[in-house]
Write a protein that binds this ligand. Structure first.
Ligand code: ATP
Ligand code: MG
Length: 256
């Protein structure tokens, strides 16, 4: 079994009377892809927002490497190794692919230096930017302005930016949304590959992607966990089929 990187204990978040996240217990392990699935409004994005610190928890705890980080600021969590992408693309459209990643790398390297006057060397920033772009397959498009990229490449650029902070755990919020089948295959491969190196938590509606690359799946419904297990276990779970997967004759299940 791989090491546990992050856990949540009875994590909750309310909006007025709505419990968007309700007593969720998660265990995120190293070198695994764990997916969080569930219908629209189930609380998936809210769960990521609370774990990564964008939203405060209403109850419960987030433990990272056994440390209670429930009240830590976002930038502390990023520095500790918790990174994420957004459901809505958040790249700088007017800048090139290279600049988007370079700025993220520079801000991470700069932010981790103790001496205020010290700057990360240009060479180290460039080397890291290049390595990340090669890893995600965007190096050949480095000079292109982000707004001229295909939609799929924009989503991949967002993953590249999230890698600049050397995450130990990476949360991906619907990375394949709006992608063509070819783009979806490419991003699935990238996510599976990242999952050999770090803990990956994937929120995704494309069940073929989820069933193919997840080691473990959590199903959220109305803020609470209604099932957890392997892709095979989830695909055959009647409550999950009824709540989310669209009944017994649901197509992607036939491949699991
Ligand atoms: N900032 C907010 N203020 C009030 N209610 C919110 C807010 N963010 C989310 N909610 C509510 O919390 C619930 C969970 O929303 P959330 O966006 O987490 O769902 P989701 O599972 O990510 O859905 P989707 O699959 O559509 O992205 C919904 O009822 C939503 O309306
Ligand atoms: Mg969402």
């Amino acid at each position: 079994m791989s090491t546990t990187i992050l856990t949540t204990q009875d994590l909750s978040r309310a909006f007025g009377g709505v419990l968007a996240v309700n007593l969720v217990n998660l265990e995120v392990r190293d070198k695994m892809v764990q997916s969080v699935i569930g219908p629209n409004g189930a609380g998936k994005t809210t769960l990521i927002n609370v774990i990564t610190g964008r939203l405060a928890a209403s109850g419960g705890k987030v433990l990272y490497l056994e440390k209670d980080i429930t009240s830590r600021a976002v930038h502390h969590r990023v520095k500790m190794g918790i990174s994420r992408t957004f459901q809505i693309t958040s790249i700088f459209m007017g800048l090139s692919v290279w600049e988007n990643v370079r700025i993220a790398v520079q801000s991470h390297l700069g932010g981790s230096l103790r001496i205020l006057s010290a700057r990360p060397s240009l060479g180290s920033v460039n080397d890291k930017t290049e390595a990340i772009l090669k890893r995600v397959g965007l190096y050949k498009l480095a000079e292109r302005p982000a707004n001229l990229l295909a939609h799929g490449d924009q989503r991949v650029l967002e993953v590249a930016i999230s890698l600049a902070s050397d995450p130990k755990v990476l949360f991906l919020d619907e990375p394949a949304a709006g992608m063509s089948p070819a783009e979806t295959d490419q991003v699935s491969e990238l996510i599976a590959d990242l999952g050999t190196e770090m803990a990956v938590v994937l929120v995704e509606h494309d069940m073929e992607v989820v069933m193919k690359i997840s080691h473990h799946i959590i199903v959220l419904h109305q803020g609470g966990v209604i099932a957890r297990g392997t892709p095979r276990e989830i695909a055959s779970n009647q409550e999950v089929k009824d709540a989310y997967l669209g009944g017994d004759d649901w197509a992607p299940l036939s491949n699991v």
